[in-house]
Design a protein around this ligand. Structure first.
Ligand code: GLN
Length: 491
């Protein structure tokens, strides 16, 4: 069932949340050995929450008053960098193997308050550092469209779970592309909201000026339903915005929704390295927007190529500070040692993975006294230029449309020994993070190998409703988002 069908079925009482939850748990049992989307499963908690949801539904049916929350009784999975009280939160790292947070992240809290049912915590690159989920200490997640390939990352487990119908909705995080890139690779829809749209409280920090909590679903409308619930100010995160949650309206016809919309095509995102099929599918999707009434215009974002070096200075710099807290004293694992210095060295040396250590070293170097201005200071200045590129574009344009990634999903192991090639994965997603603007990724076709292709649309700060309106219009006239990986149709 689609999310809309499930919402309807719960409302009319045709299925119960318990039945729905059991069906998803069965799907997980049958596909998890091949996909490995999860770090931990919470079936008992899920069935308990489903029973509670069923009680709320039946109370309402007996005495219909205010309708219950739309997502009451619907299953959810959460990337393992977001805290859920009393459920392990590993961040894909050995260093937090035994860490059970005593509280919920605000985004999780709000969805549980709305009556959603938690099925489990999904796999991620260690501390969300990576683009393939291969940096998880708990094994790699496999792409449901081709299990020899990566699902993308770092929210690869969440994307794969939605793609393989192990959950209708998933939370992820996007610091440099970690919702959009796996959404593209797994053929699902995912949003990176405006920085500050969703509280970061209870999200284990990676790059604090970049981190945002995002949502995966099969289509834009599903994603919007969850984003509306998790948005809004939180006294526990000073960077959360006081604006009300986005007002999203799906009543327009596709041509009403797109009439007169000014769509910018940023030339820098269509450079030579693009896989020809990706270019073709994205151009085709853009011309469909035009057929629905949008006006197209080429635009230049001249500082785009600096996004990669800027991000790989700022994100590691912030990470090196954020990860200082894992010292063997306050959280997680502790290595046996004689002295306090040895305790720090051994714990961090033994329980952090290679990519996390690389980032800590890069970040520490970029922040060190003699180099601070030349690296971190300079990167911050160029970040402003990237932000201004977008601000200029949005004075004349409503949205920008571009590929999410230069290629489709790559084989597991392909970039294992080449961190730079892995970093290049993010060339087209990083700019939106550096500027703090919202971006939505959704499927627009397949390559010759049958692997999904994603397009992203970007808008000015807090303009998520426009992104949803455009993607929903597109999804009403196309069916890419309804295609199923072969693994799902196996008898
Ligand atoms: N792939 C990027 C990185 O490794 C972005 C990750 C993310 O968005 N969490 O830093």
């Amino acid at each position: 069932m689609t999310l809309e069908e499930s919402i309807h079925a719960l409302r009319t009482g045709r299925v119960s949340s318990t039945e729905l939850t059991r069906a998803y748990l069965e799907q997980i049992t049958s596909l998890e050995p091949e996909i490995h989307a999860f770090i931990s499963l919470t079936p008992e908690l899920a069935l308990q929450q489903a029973q509670e949801a069923d009680r709320r539904w039946s109370d309402w049916r007996k005495a219909p008053s205010q309708p219950p929350p739309l997502l009451l009784g619907l299953p959810l999975v959460v990337k393992d960098v977001l805290c859920v009280a009393d459920v392990p939160c590993t961040c894909g790292s050995r260093i937090l193997e035994n860490f059970r947070p005593p509280y919920h992240a605000t985004a999780v809290q709000r969805l549980l308050d709305a009556g959603m049912v938690l099925l489990g915590k999904t796999n991620t690159d260690e501390f969300a550092m990576g683009s393939s989920t291969e940096n998880s200490a708990y094994g790699v997640t496999h792409n449901p469209w081709d299990v020899q390939r990566v699902p993308g990352g770092s929210s690869g487990g969440s994307a794969a779970a939605v793609s393989a119908h192990m959950a209708p909705l998933a939370l992820g995080t996007d610091t440099g592309g970690s919702v959009r890139q796996p959404a593209a690779y797994c053929g699902v829809t995912g949003i990176k909201p405006t920085y500050g749209r969703v509280s970061r409280y209870g999200l284990v920090a990676f790059g604090s000026s970049l981190d945002v909590v995002g949502v995966f679903g099969r289509e834009a409308r599903d994603v919007a339903r969850a984003l509306v619930l998790i948005s809004g100010q939180d006294p526990r995160d000073a960077t959360s915005s006081a604006l009300p949650p986005p007002q999203v309206d799906f009543d327009h016809s596709p041509t009403q929704a797109l009439h007169g919309l000014k769509v910018g095509i940023p030339e820098e995102y269509f450079s030579a390295g693009l896989q020809p099929e990706v270019r073709q599918a994205v151009e085709q999707a853009i011309s469909q927007l035009q057929d629905l009434g949008a006006q197209l215009q080429t635009v230049h974002l001249p500082h785009t190529s600096y996004a990669l070096p800027v991000y790989y200075l700022i994100a590691p710099a912030e990470a090196s500070a954020n990860l200082a807290r894992y010292d063997g004293v306050r959280f997680g694992q502790r290595a046996e040692s004689e002295t306090i210095a040895e305790l720090f060295f051994r714990t961090r040396g033994r329980y952090f993975g290679a990519e996390v250590k690389r980032r800590i070293m890069l970040g520490t170097y970029a922040l060190s006294a003699g180099y601070y201005q030349a690296y971190y200071g300079q990167a911050q200045k160029v970040r402003t230029l990237i932000r201004e590129d977008f601000a200029r574009a949005f004075t004349a344009l409503d949205i920008l449309a571009a590929p999410v990634t230069p290629t489709t999903a790559f084989p597991i192991g392909e970039h294992a020994d080449d961190p730079l090639a892995m970093y290049m994965e993010d060339a087209l997603t990083l700019p939106a993070n550096l500027a703090g603007i919202p971006a939505l990724a959704f499927p627009v076709g397949f390559d010759a190998k049958g692997l999904p292709i994603g397009m992203q649309i970007m808008a000015s700060h807090f303009n998520e409703p426009l992104l949803f309106r455009v993607a929903h219009a597109y999804q009403q006239v196309t069916d890419w988002h309804t295609r199923l990986p072969a693994i799902l149709s196996r008898g």
